[in-house]
Design a protein around this ligand. Sequence first.
Ligand SMILES: O=C(O)[C@@H](CO)OP(=O)(O)O
Length: 206
Amino acid sequence: MERLLVLVRHGQSEWNLQNLFTGWRDPDLTEKGVEEAKAAGRRLAASGLGFDIAYTSMLGRAQRTLGLVLDELGQTGLETIKKQELNERDYGELSGLNKDDARAKWGEEQVHVWRRSYDVPPPGGESLRDTGARVWPYYMTDILPGVMNGKRTLVAAHGNSLRALMMVLDKLTPKTVIDLELATGVPVVYRLNADTTVAEKLVLKG
Ligand SMILES: O=C(O)[C@@H](CO)OP(=O)(O)O
């Protein structure tokens, strides 16, 4: 039986382009982001992949990316579950600030720690561990059982909610996850073993 799980980070958003902390704010995709999403769909189609169910967050950039991917796959209208659990990490008081301005104010190192560390939350926001504390249970109780039952599953979400998920799939530690960066609009294809570990991982780059 096929146990297929594909993760894709949304295409470039207006705030990615403007270099702003985004979190739970809801900017749309840029034109480039739309193209990235379509290209992700075309790459999945070229790899012969199709899906039985899709999951996304409550944020427009992920939902729109999913819609564009499904259009390219000829799967418009596929059953889709939208969940706040899959939202981007809440950036708290950093939301809407320019990342370079933040570096100037708090220093390069502090900003890097807020952006990539496992357990240091930005002021008023979520650490990656906090994000995981909602992503992991949702994965275990809702997404993974479907995958294990042969439902070919697509998840369109965000840099940090997907980093949290990939910690589990790729067996990353709080130290090794610091170096994990996810490109926008690049599908990551997982095939799982019967014990839920990863049998195969493929990154569908352009
Ligand atoms: O601003 C954000 O919400 C995220 C993703 O774009 O940024 P970062 O790369 O700092 O995690």
